[in-house]
Design a protein around this ligand. Sequence first.
Ligand code: PMP
Length: 422
Amino acid sequence: LASLDVAAIRAQFPILGTSVNGRPLTYLDSAASTQQPESVIAAVSDYHRLHHANIHRGVYQLSQTSTRMYEEARVVVADFLNAAEPAECLFTRGATESINLVASSWGGGFLNPGDEILISNLEHHSNIVPWQMVAQSRGAVIKVIPIDDAGDIDLDAYRRLLSPRTRMVAVNQVSNALGTINPVGEMIREAHAVGALVLVDGAQWVAHGATDVQALDADFYVFSGHKIYGPTGIGVLYGKRALLDAMPPYQGGGDMIERVTFAETTYAPLPNKFEAGTPYISGAVGLAAAIGWVRSVGLDRIGAHEQRLLCHATERLQAIPGLEIKGTARRKSGALSWVMVDPPIATLDVGAGLDLRGICVRTGHHCCQPLMDRLGVSSTARASVGVYNSLEDVDRLADTLIEMVEEERVKAARSGRGGAGL
Ligand code: PMP
């Protein structure tokens, strides 16, 4: 596998040439949102400049062009996920809306009192709250798949939780807070053995490795455009046709109908049934461009590059005395979480201190409060990498953290708080 030419990649991202607080931008927050390359920015801009019109309803050429661009984007997504057909790929506002759509439509339509939904202790709030909402309204029960101290799912406990009462397993493929890669293939096989469906939250996976929804046999698969070098506000819900066909619509409105009278409305076939209203056309165009860009670089090469960065970051941060890494799972992708315990530095201060030096990391609960509770912390600092990060970015982070620890020790010594040996 030829390694990436990081300088050539970086040159395609205009934002990476900017400064923050007088320092060159060191962007280590791709798990929250990736930056966009010129080709994506140009695709969106070209659409707005030359091709924009509302889709589906126009007989004029411009509308037919925008319709074709939107539907071609769907074909790109279907090919990317290896869906059996484009109509199984629905455009949404993002992973959050995709999960809400399934919870509300499938859950609202098919869950019965006493049915069980399994979610893991690693989930993002967007894969917890929609299930709680529908469980409450349908009388279903949520059970939590536990994790071990390293941040790996406890597969034995998962097997014990699975039963004929289990109707849905909703789990992320990669944890946004810890970077754990979950064994979703195995989990899907075991869920299917008891007759349960599985929704895979692929938000933190799709930009880091190849996805094949048919090989996985995922029933539903979701992701967001802005975590794969595309625009915000656009995302995807993949669902098996038989399931989507059987599900009631999520929202009513234009574009999702076949025939409306005041007495009765019949619904359009897939994918329109789930795409009420004028969609985010340029978002879909941008997402397709982003997928094209990622594929042109090569997901294998991106994944291998990011693994090198993650290994280096883990080694460097592990070597900082008083820094505790949270999440040491067997297989990880792209993200590293930590807390500063000795001297104690609040994660908010870590984030603000790094920002002063132009380094962007995320601090807080990462929309994973139940996971933070399990880890016994209220927040962590998280660095996450993308295709454009270099070993120097990681070194800048580690060197700056070492400086911050030193400064804190000096401050503590001055104020007479003892301070580790000074
Ligand atoms: N799931 C995971 C694992 C995520 O990391 C995120 C975004 N942080 C989401 C879901 C929600 O994505 P969005 O905000 O784009 O809807």
